[in-house]
Design a binder for this molecule. Structure first.
Ligand code: SF4
Length: 214
């Protein structure tokens, strides 16, 4: 059992409630979407096939118990759930960053899912699989990347569809980097008294000019 892997690296987690923690990242190759603001175009097709056992060994070598499986879109590879399960069985805390277009039911319940909901600025909002909103549990997170007021209004409508049992603190609103002013998004959230978390892509603040491996 093997996966096509674009890169493995150790960095600071920057896009979830685990933001700020050291984390080993596994970026899997391939994505079924083409977001306008995508910053990992290099992951669409470049990759090396690695057996799951070797991959777990490489991840272990970083000596970090927090691992994020990202992409591209990890769930387009059939073996991704098996990798996640193996890592969980080896006592890792596993985050899965997924673009929200694919059914997440195949993922082990112990995994912390960070579910993107694509807003119109991405050009891919038609692909959201909103049934996923009912497949999350309390440790999971929902992320909206917002580029303008239209995206914000779109996100607000989706928030109303999230089950009331889901923690509102786990709903993240982030501005599209360099497109929407941070203060503007913050102001909208405050004006509307919206119970969501304002969030920044931390790694882009730390390493603004780095393209890979952050
Ligand atoms: S889902 Fe992520 S990796 Fe895929 S195109 Fe959109 S931003 Fe890029």
């Amino acid at each position: 059992m093997a996966l096509l892997v674009n890169e493995i690296f150790y960095s600071i987690q920057g896009e979830s409630l685990y933001s700020g923690l050291p984390c080993t990242f596994v970026r899997l190759t391939g994505c079924n979407l083409r977001c306008t603001y995508c910053d990992t175009i290099y992951a669409y097709s470049e990759g090396t096939e690695i057996e799951i056992g070797s991959l777990v060994k490489k991840i272990s070598d970083f000596g970090c118990s927090l691992v994020e499986i990202t992409g591209g879109e990890p769930l387009i590879q059939d073996q991704s759930p098996a990798l996640i399960e193996k890592l969980l069985d080896n006592e890792f805390t596993v985050l899965l960053e997924t673009n929200g277009s694919i059914d997440i039911s195949c993922v082990d319940k112990r995994c912390i899912k960070i579910l993107d909901i694509k807003c119109p600025t991405s050009g891919e909002s038609e692909k959201n699989n909103l049934a996923n909103l009912n497949r999350l549990d309390k440790k999971d997170q929902i992320k909206f990347v917002i580029g303008n007021r239209y995206d914000y209004e779109f996100a607000k409508k989706i928030v109303k569809q999230i089950p009331t049992t889901f923690f509102r603190e786990n709903i993240l609103f982030s501005p599209v980097n360099s497109i929407l002013e941070l203060s503007e998004l913050a102001q909208w959230i405050l004006e509307d008294k919206l119970k969501v978390r304002f969030h920044l892509q931390l790694h882009k603040i730390i390493w603004p000019d780095t393209i890979r491996g952050v």
